[in-house]
Write a protein that binds this ligand. Structure first.
Ligand SMILES: [Zn+2]
Ligand SMILES: [Zn+2]
Length: 142
């Protein structure tokens, strides 16, 4: 039996086993690096997740299940998008009657034709109801 085994494990087989072990070890190291880097990018604690990932493969698998869903860069971009939309909203208003978004310069709502602002007699600039003078041509609002 021993003779049979030793005849089976030839130098070639030993080499093949070594190669498989090296490949697995490399994958293991890559999985640790990936977890640490990914945790860092996603704003998770890279040290804690690095320790978790030391459990061969199970740690990395566990991390991939538990990791924060969004990259920090994506999150920043989303916040920026949100701020931009809010600022845009400030530039616009909405029709008091139907809620349609309207620009500052609109005199009437394009959807329900409600009068939104007065028009300057001289230059046609849109005037807020509380203004006493046209900011564009200095004509007093009658
Ligand atoms: Zn309207
Ligand atoms: Zn005017």
């Amino acid at each position: 039996m021993e003779e049979f085994l030793s005849s089976l494990i030839t130098p070639e087989v030993q080499l093949a086993i070594m190669a498989v072990v090296v490949i697995i070890a490399v994958f293991y190291l890559i999985s640790i690096l990936w977890v640490v880097r990914d945790a860092y990018l996603r704003g998770a604690n890279p040290v804690i997740w690095g320790i978790v990932s030391l459990i061969p493969f199970i740690g990395a698998f566990f991390y991939s299940m538990m990791r924060p869903p969004m990259l920090l860069a994506d999150k920043d971009e989303q916040n920026l998008d949100f701020a931009l939309k809010q600022r845009q909203l400030m530039h616009y208003g909405e029709c008091g009657k139907c809620g349609y978004p309207v620009e500052r310069e609109y005199l009437v709502c394009p959807r329900c034709s409600t009068q939104l602002k007065n028009e300057c007699r001289k230059c046609g600039h849109a005037l807020n109801p509380e203004w006493h003078v046209c900011p564009s041509c200095c004509t007093p609002v009658g």
